[in-house]
Every structure is written in C-alpha cells, then in structure tokens.
Design a protein around this ligand. Structure first.
Ligand code: SF4
Length: 412
C-alpha cells in the first residue's frame, strides 16, 4: 500500500500498484538491503538512452512547473565540469510528498541522482533539504551504500520562495536564498557557476524507476499522454489524508468521494479553487488546460460546515508575507490583495478591486510566486461567491474557521 501519513493515522486504501513507494514502511526508511530487494541496484544508463526514455514517457518535473525532464537534460552541455542538484527544499506548506519520500525511500532518490549524474558525466551531486528528519534519513542512507561518495547532503533554509529551485541555487552559492531573474537558469549558471541539472526529489525517484523499467515498462501504468504514477498530498476532508502514490489518470473524484459541489483546492498555495472535480484527473497537461494545474500535487478539500473564506484570508496573508521583497508589484501588490480578501471575510470587499489589483501583479515578478498567489486568491473569490454574499449580508457565516492548512493561526 502506498500511503504515508502526514499528521494522522489513516486506514490503507490502494490507488494502483506502488512504484516509488514500493515496499516502504510509513514510519521508517527502507534500508539499503531492503531497497535493493525491491528496486535492485541503480540502472545506470547512457545519456542518449535516458533522454529517449524520458521523452518516450513524457516525464514531467514534479516540483510544480511540470517542465519536460528530457528537455532539461538535453540543455546540459556535453563534457566539462557540471553538477546535479536534488531540490528537497519542499517549500509548499501543504505538500509533504518530497519530505516523505526522502524519509522513507531515501535510496531511491539517491539512485535517481546517480542515474542522472552517470548519464551526464557529472562528478558531484548535492541534495538540498531543510527538513531535519529527511536530512537524517538521507545521511544515514549515504552511510549505508558504497556508491555515493560524490553525494553531499546540505541543510537549506525553509520557506516557500526559498525552496524555488533558483533560490536554492542562489542560497547555496551566496547565502541569499532568493530567486534570480526568470532567465537565470541552473543549466547555464548553477552551483559554483557550473552547469547544473536541477530538479525536485520526486523527479529523481521517477528517473530511477524509469531507468530500471525502461520506457515500455514505465508506461504500463498511467495514461498514454502521461504514463507512470504521481505522488499527491491529500489534505482536509479527503478519503485518506497524507501522501499517496496514484497512477496518472486517477480521477480526483475517486480521491474525494461524496459532497458534490464542495470546494476543492487543486495545486496547493499556488493553486486553484474549484467547485467541481468532475472530469478532472491526475494528468498535468489536462489539469493545466482546465485552469487548475496540479502544481506540487496538493489536493485539499475543507470540511463541511466550516468557513473557508476565513482560511483563505489567513493563507492569503501568509502568501503576501512570503515575498522576498525584490519586486515592487509582488512586495506591495500581494499585501493589498490579502487585505482585499480579509475584507470579504469581514463582510465588505470589492471583486472589481481584486480583479484590478491582480492585473497589476500578474506576470511582473522575477519568480512565479506572485502569479501563483494571485491565482490562489482570485480563484477563491470566484469559487466562494455564495459565501461572500452571506458574509456581506450578515457580517459572518456563523461557521467556525476552516483550519486544514499547516499555518500559524495568529495571523488571522
Ligand atoms: S516576485 Fe516576489 S517572491 Fe519572487 S523574487 Fe520578486 S519579490 Fe521575491
């Protein structure tokens, strides 16, 4: 069974055969011996083989942007010093999948890093992680195996924006974990100025599975357009809270049974609020086309009879507070939008003002944070229109605030 709990214990329920979570125990790491019994030794492949396989299965990065991994690999130079960076700085507060993977299946993440390093001829691998438990698990895993001399695990700063891949590179290079410009790409100028293949933890685990199974074997699960499996973090009133591995193509309705018309957040704190998940599946291209990208894989449904508007206001303020302060539209625009959202919760607020402010912020930051935050707030205002009307009429809906997301409540 493919479940790792976040804070709570829940009964198991299968959503397809596990791959990256194959053989795991939810509360401890697979040992090197156990890992090899499940996955074997890393299948080290030539660069052309790996690129072709990634392209054949349309392997998409699992950090949120869903960038084609084959394109990223092809952008790396042939020869010369280069580096592999495993980004385990999972900054999305509602997501737990990367930390879970590093904690319970560290050897598979290491396998994936070694596969990429061997294909590129890179001699150094850095794993950046802020979570202490995940860090300890990776460090113990490195001690167990004989093939990991080139790998270094480093502690990074936690934070939503600080976990963005270019911010992680800057943080490791300069101590300032801030994103560079949108054209500042690790494959050009990464760790120590070297070309760096950088991707998130789950991506590397999927690469390890792909290298072992080959494209045809990997495509035995999932859909034609997006073969394979994905890790998702389910939050709130869901069939099973925690980290699940699901076959791509799994219906969101299957993960969120009952309560048609209930509010659902797809994609996490940079995601989209929707009133219906009918027809939506774990398929990154289809979800993006529908206007609700999967992001880092968070799917959240607040509990019935709670005030979601109150929690949206808390998260909006938190998102505003995450601005790294480099770009005016982000630094000034997001707090103003968060104020607008809080006004709705207090029975006031102007939808037209939110639309106007959102237009002033969108696309004007050096990183994707303002766009994602605007998407979260704007989609909430639309999906919560009925609730906003109730708050306007009565000043409150009378329900207790929703509290499904792991944030300090003092901000409300
Ligand atoms: S857009 Fe915002 S979070 Fe991103 S770099 Fe600029 S100020 Fe920082």
């Amino acid at each position: 069974m493919t479940v790792i709990d976040t804070p709570t214990t829940v009964p198991s329920r299968p959503f397809g055969a596990p791959r990256v979570l194959a053989g795991i125990s939810p509360d401890r790491a697979l040992t090197w011996t156990e890992h090899r019994a499940v996955h074997g030794v890393p299948a080290l492949r030539p660069r052309a083989w790996l690129t072709d396989a990634m392209r054949a299965v349309n392997l998409l990065g699992r950090g949120g942007a869903a960038f084609p991994v084959a394109v990223k690999l092809e952008a790396m130079p042939f020869g010369g010093p280069m580096t592999v960076l495993v980004n385990g700085s999972e900054g999305e507060p509602a997501s737990y999948k990367d930390r879970a993977l590093m904690t319970v299946a560290p050897h598979l993440v290491i396998d994936g890093a070694l596969v990429v390093a061997r294909a590129l001829g890179a001699t150094a691998v850095t794993v950046a992680v802020h979570d202490s438990r995940a860090h300890a698990s990776l460090a113990a895993a490195l001690d167990e195996r004989p093939d990991a001399d080139a790998i270094t695990v480093v502690h990074t700063r936690s934070g939503f924006v600080a976990g963005e891949i270019r911010a992680v590179v800057n943080g490791l290079n300069t101590g300032q974990a801030r994103p560079g410009g949108r054209r500042d790409l690790p494959h050009d100028h990464g760790l120590a100025g070297r070309p760096t293949f950088a991707s998130n933890v789950e991506t590397f685990a999927q690469v390890a599975v792909l290298a072992r199974l080959g494209a045809a074997g990997y495509a035995a699960a999932g859909t034609r357009d997006e073969p394979g499996t994905s890790l998702v973090t389910l939050v709130g009133d869901v069939i099973q809270a925690g980290v699940l591995e699901v076959a791509n193509g799994t219906r969101l309705d299957a993960l969120l049974p009952g309560r048609p018309g209930a509010l659902v957040l797809v994609g996490g704190f940079h995601g989209t609020w929707v009133r219906s998940t009918a027809g939506l599946t774990v398929d990154r291209a289809a979800l993006r086309a529908s206007g609700s990208p999967l992001g880092a894989g968070v799917i959240a449904r607040p509990h019935a009879d709670t005030c979601v508007l109150a929690e949206v206001a808390v998260v909006s303020q938190w998102l505003a507070d995450q601005s790294a302060g480099q770009c005016g539209p982000c630094f000034f625009g997001l707090p103003a939008l968060a104020d607008d959202v809080r006004a709705f919760a207090a029975g006031r607020g102007s939808e037209a003002q939110v639309v106007r402010r959102a237009g002033q912020v969108r696309g004007r930051g050096a990183c994707a944070h303002p766009d994602g935050a605007v998407q979260f707030m704007s989609s909430a205002i639309v999906a919560l229109a009925d609730d906003i009307a109730v708050h306007r009429a009565h000043g409150t809906c009378g329900r207790p605030p929703s509290t499904i997301f792991p944030l300090p409540r003092s901000e409300s």
